[in-house]
Design a protein around this ligand. Structure first.
Ligand code: LMR
Length: 328
């Protein structure tokens, strides 16, 4: 074996956090509750990964922003302080990968099938490739669902949003979305949303029902509008140096575990959101309103132009390619 090959092998061996007797540890940090689609899938990945590697890998899941909150978690991954995350696709702009904000565009996906055509096809692959110069490897797309809007006043027409302070994720598309509705967008970490709503720092927000319910946002939001105006999903990512430094057999076993966890996650996402909406209704503290056909048309008229407005940031070709794929 040539000297440089030996050195490379030694570096690879040293690059992952294994010791002769201890397991390779994967710290998997995320910001949602355990009983959400992403939270359950993280736990399922842990089970599958530890079983598939006969305990040579130990996955430590840190839910609910226990270890790191929104912005911190991506920095921690790049530094190698954690090895795996599953951030919302709306949170990659600050990393310099603005194209992920295409997933935030209002009404870009008419259905989950349309979404999967994008995430499971060439567009999804090309977006994940854009993470590699940032020291990140994308492993999978996980699902959550279409978003509802909430506030302490009824949100039936776009005019109802005028002047409202609305919490958003760190996405310029979501900023443009809320401004198009006449609201004032405010980026806040997910872990800070409940208290910001409770204290009036912000008036309202958007999220799929599973996130609203598990963070108890329905206890501090009197009105929810089932608008399905936009989508929220995830990219499961790892620190690239860590991932490339794994023994090939371990990496292959983890890849298989991730595929099985992804299948599981997509199978529960819609059900969890349906159950969460039922639970919000049952709690009786929030009026749940379904937009009329005319109101839906009014929201579309106001929000669809955001796609054109964002061409300069996301890329006209990418938006056109997504719309073409989504229409299949
Ligand atoms: C949010 O910040 O609203 C969501 O991205 C949280 C999550 O990870 O689902």
């Amino acid at each position: 074996m040539k000297l440089n090959a030996i050195l490379a092998a030694l570096c690879a061996a040293a690059s992952f956090n294994a010791t002769a007797q201890g397991p390779i540890v994967i710290k998997f940090s995320h910001v949602v509750a355990t009983d959400t689609p992403k939270g359950q899938a993280a736990d399922r990945f842990k089970q599958l990964a530890e079983k598939a590697t006969n305990g040579r890998v130990k996955v430590e899941v840190y839910p609910n922003s226990q270890l790191y909150k929104d912005k911190e978690e991506l920095e921690a991954l790049q530094l190698g302080a954690v090895q795996m995350l599953a951030p919302s696709l709306a949170k990659f702009g600050p990393l310099g990968v603005k194209e992920f904000e295409a997933f935030d565009l209002p009404y870009i996906f008419p259905s989950k099938t349309a979404l999967y055509n994008v995430t499971e096809g060439e567009i999804g692959k090309s977006l994940m490739k854009k993470l590699e110069p940032k020291g990140i490897t994308g492993l999978a797309f996980w699902d959550n669902g279409f978003k509802v809007m909430s506030a302490n006043k009824p949100l039936h027409s776009p005019a109802d949003f005028k002047g409202l302070k609305m919490r958003i994720q760190s996405s310029k598309v979501l900023d443009a979305q809320m401004r198009a509705m006449g609201a004032n967008p405010q980026v806040l970490a997910f872990s800070e949303v409940y208290q910001a709503l409770q204290t009036g720092v912000v008036d309202g927000t958007e999220n799929p029902p599973s996130n609203m319910y598990t963070q108890k946002m329905h206890e501090v939001q009197k009105h929810v509008s089932i608008s399905n105006h936009g989508y929220l999903g995830y990219a499961v990512i790892v620190n690239k140096k860590f991932w490339d430094g794994l023994p090939a057999d371990i990496r292959a076993a983890l890849d298989k575990a991730m595929k099985e966890a992804t299948t599981f996650e997509k199978a529960i996402a819609q059900r969890d959101n349906d159950l969460a909406l039922e639970a919000i209704k049952k709690a009786g503290k929030t009026e749940i309103y379904t937009l009329s056909v005319k109101e839906q048309a009014d929201w579309r008229r106001v929000l669809l132009p955001v796609q054109k407005e964002m061409e300069g940031r996301i890329g006209k070709d990418l938006i056109q390619a997504i719309n073409k794929e989504a229409a299949k």
